[in-house]
Design a protein around this ligand. Structure first.
Ligand code: CNA
Length: 242
């Protein structure tokens, strides 16, 4: 564990790439972990663009207690320690695949949400914007949100499967990982593209890759350091550096 402390102490531009495993400490299930959503149902379908167009109730029904109750969720151990690490200049940026807004809630500032966020929604017909709270109230009453102006279907500004990532956001993430001398991937299975390929930019630019995940990932063989348990690693970092 002293090896990761050494890397953090000597790094000039340390970036984290976070995945759903980080938010399991806040009671939000991941997708592919031991108790992930895949063990219960086809989680891809919830976030499928085709499915959303065919039957938006599938997304809104299944995300009622996943997305539209996020005001009840609190940042976990990892979110909190990362925010303190940024405050102390140890972390330069967090790129997250998560769509739960918990890095912000913990106080992190430089966050790149590559899969978007439910903080905003928009009407697919006229483009009118809606806030998270606006939509959460409607979904909690088991209704499907429709546009006040034109009656069009409202979609969260989350990138669904079958949809392109926002190019500006992806470019910002690529810039960060390219500049990173240390990239630490935490709680991600590294299978969802293009996020899963971001570490390759760090490696191409002679940066070091660290992976903390309790299941194998396709990039394990490229990792300079590899750990299993998020809690162990972050508690060690907290004790050694904060
Ligand atoms: P994933 O594929 O579910 O991978 C999460 C990984 O974390 C798994 O390999 C787990 O084994 C691992 N893990 C869980 N707990 C721990 C722990 N304590 N220590 C070490 N490892 C642990 O999720 P990814 O983020 O890789 O996949 C990307 C998808 C999942 C994105 O599109 C997300 O939007 C989507 N997602 C987000 C959330 C959220 O916002 N909280 C929740 C579920 C899914």
């Amino acid at each position: 564990m002293d090896d990761i402390i050494y890397l953090l102490k000597t790094s000039n531009h340390c970036v984290f790439l976070s995945g759903a495993g980080v938010s399991t400490f806040s009671g939000i299930p991941d997708f592919r972990g031991k108790s992930g959503l895949y063990t219960k149902y086809d989680a891809d379908r919830i976030f499928s663009l085709d499915e959303f167009h065919n039957d938006p109730s599938y997304y809104y029904h299944h995300s009622k207690d996943l997305i539209y109750n996020l005001n009840e969720r609190e940042p976990g151990l990892i979110h909190k320690i990362l925010a303190r690490m940024e405050e102390q200049g140890i972390v330069k940026a967090i790129i997250t695949q998560n769509i739960d807004m918990l890095h912000q809630k913990a106080g992190s500032i430089n966050i790149i949400e590559i899969h978007g966020s439910p903080a905003s929604h928009h009407c697919l017909q006229c483009g009118r914007h809606y806030s998270y709270k606006n939509i959460a109230d409607i979904v909690q009453q088991d209704n499907i949100p429709l546009c006040d102006g034109c009656g069009g279907l409202i979609k969260p500004d989350i990138t669904f499967y079958g949809e392109m990532l926002d190019q500006e956001t992806l470019d910002a993430a690529i810039k960060e990982v390219s500049e990173a001398d240390v990239l630490i991937v935490i709680g991600s299975s590294l299978v969802v593209q293009p996020a899963a390929s971001l570490p390759l930019y760090t490696l191409e630019n002679d940066g070091k890759l660290v992976i903390v995940n309790n299941m194998p990932t396709p990039l394990d063989r490229y990792a300079h350091l590899r750990y299993n348990d998020l809690q162990d690693v972050f508690q060690y970092i907290e004790k050694a550096l904060l």
